[in-house]
Design a protein around this ligand. Structure first.
Ligand code: ADP
Length: 498
């Protein structure tokens, strides 16, 4: 048998950059790294927000304290002198404090900083109003005059003179040096420790993933090795099943597939062997009668003059016997081929089986008498009907009775029995002939099988009769069985539907 070339992928090693292990590894380590980064961001962000919230809560009263003890306006004008002195005082107390005097629209009226640092002329009033209305202090962002795009935590208090609102003291609480998250991170040892822990956990997780993947893909690699071994011709190679997961199921599937392939290969090998044996048998069975036919005819031609009428007649009779044998063999072969190909389908009908049996008995009676063999039928109920193709079933009876006659010696007995067996009708063809050895019983239904080659040929058999009978009965959903004892007799049994 020629083997099918394996696709390149099954003969090559899987390249490392195509490996499932690598793909899964990269994907999972990537997910781990992302999860680690996400967790780190969440922790630092929460910590930052929490710090700012606490800072704003603690410094909530800063603006109020400044307003309480100072004057900022002289009539409607800003008291620039007083303001300057105040800012100097505040600078001395807390250099990081950023304090602004705002008018009622949020416009910046005074501050203490280098002018180039102040990038806004006014700040939004809405956060200021929210701050002043808050019952429960919560984190609030206000515009930072030192930044055009970044908001900051603040404290604010209104300046009221004689019941009239003049403006606000607005203080930015998170000083510039803590404004960036990086500064905050650098400043916090807790955050540093947290980040290190997260990094370590991510690294350990990634290593664990790599190890688990290595173990998982190892079973896959082993399975692939087994498959390759099977493909190379070791038909007994089977995968070890260690788990009930998908890989285990795959191994089981492969084993099942391998069993099926193995079975099919065996079937093909048997069929191939049988085919070769059949060709040998056919040629042998054809060659023998053709050779002797030719021999008799050639003798007749060569010795035409020297032969008397009786001798010629004997030769021609022998030649005729061989042609009969040949045509029988060819007919049997043809019929078996049609049965094997499914070309012959039974024409089912119901008929009284007794009629068919008595026809067969009549047909073979003369031959039986000539051989001094008793042939009769025992029918339990003459009215018994069976379902079947009369022509085909007659062929079965013919083959069985013909065999019985051929293998039963003088003084023997052949009986066709018909009786009820449940809903079916049981038929038995029994003889008191030479019997069949036990070791041959299972093979006599094989085509061309003869218990003793010379014995069958001598008695005119082709070795196809029982094979044909078995196939015909299979078309009637029936199975033929045989029981035999050497020198006692043989009984063939089958059932037909009533
Ligand atoms: P054949 O044409 O040679 O009889 P069959 O297929 O009908 O071929 O039978 C196969 C073989 O089974 C025979 O060659 C013979 O050896 C054996 N056999 C069949 N029927 C009988 C029987 N009634 N008694 C003894 N041997 C039998």
């Amino acid at each position: 048998m020629s083997s099918i070339p394996a696709p390149a992928s099954t003969t090559e090693r899987v390249r490392w950059y195509h490996s499932l292990y690598l793909k899964l590894g990269v994907a999972l380590v990537g997910i781990f790294a992302l999860a680690g980064l996400g967790a780190f961001w969440l922790i630092t962000h929460t910590a930052e927000m929490h710090t700012l919230e606490v800072q704003q809560k603690l410094s909530r009263g800063v603006a109020q304290a400044i307003v309480k003890h100072n004057q900022f306006f002289d009539g409607d004008e800003v008291d620039q002198e007083g303001l300057k002195a105040l800012f100097m005082k505040l600078m001395a107390v807390n250099p990081t404090l950023e304090v602004y005097l705002l008018d009622t629209d949020g416009k910046i009226l005074g501050y203490d900083a280098p002018a180039e640092k102040i990038v806004r002329e006014a700040v939004a009033l809405q956060p200021i109003q929210e701050f002043l209305q808050q019952q429960q202090p919560e984190l609030l962002w206000g515009q930072d005059p030192r930044s055009s795009n970044q908001d900051n935590i603040f404290s604010v208090h209104p300046i009221d003179v004689d019941g009239q609102r003049k403006g606000y003291i607005y203080s930015i609480l998170a000083s510039e040096e803590y404004a960036s998250i990086n500064e905050l991170r650098k400043a916090s040892s807790f955050l540093r420790d947290g980040a290190t822990t997260i990094l370590a956990m991510t690294a350990i997780g990634a290593i664990a993933v790599v190890i688990v993947l290595l173990l998982l893909t190892r079973t896959l690699r082993r399975l692939r090795q087994t498959m390759a071994e099977f493909r190379r011709g070791n038909r007994s190679a089977r995968a070890a099943v260690h788990s009930r997961d998908e890989v285990g199921a795959l191994a089981l599937d492969f084993n099942f597939l391998a069993d099926t392939v193995q079975q099919q290969v065996e079937q093909i090998q048997t069929a191939d062997y049988m085919r070769r044996e059949m060709v040998t048998n056919i040629s042998h069975d054809l060659r023998t009668p053709v050779a002797s036919l030719r021999g008799y005819l050639e003798t007749c031609l060569l010795k035409e003059e020297g032969m008397d009428a009786q001798q010629r007649r004997q030769h021609l009779k022998a030649a005729l016997k061989n042609t009969v044998r040949l045509s029988r063999l060819i007919e049997d072969l043809f019929e078996l081929a049609k049965l094997d190909a499914g070309d012959l389908q039974p024409k089912m009908e119901r008929f009284p089986v007794a009629e068919l049996v008595s026809d067969v008995v009549q047909k073979f009676q003369l031959r039986a008498q000539n051989r001094a063999v008793k042939l009769d039928a025992k029918i339990e109920d003459m009215a018994t009907q069976v379902q079947g193709d009369i022509g085909m079933l007659e062929r079965v009876f013919d083959n069985l009775v013909d065999n019985a006659l051929r293998y039963t010696d003088e003084g023997g007995q052949i009986t066709i029995e018909v009786s009820k067996n449940g809903d079916d009708v049981e038929v038995r063809v029994a003889d008191t002939g030479i019997g069949i050895p036990d070791e041959d019983l299972s093979r006599i239904f094989d085509r061309f099988y003869r218990v003793d080659k010379s014995r069958g040929e001598d008695r005119g058999g082709t070795g196809l009769g029982l094979a044909i009978a078995e196939r015909i009965l299979a078309l009637h959903n029936s199975v033929i069985s045989v029981a035999s004892q050497q020198r006692v007799g043989t009984t063939f049994t089958f059932c037909l539907s009533a």
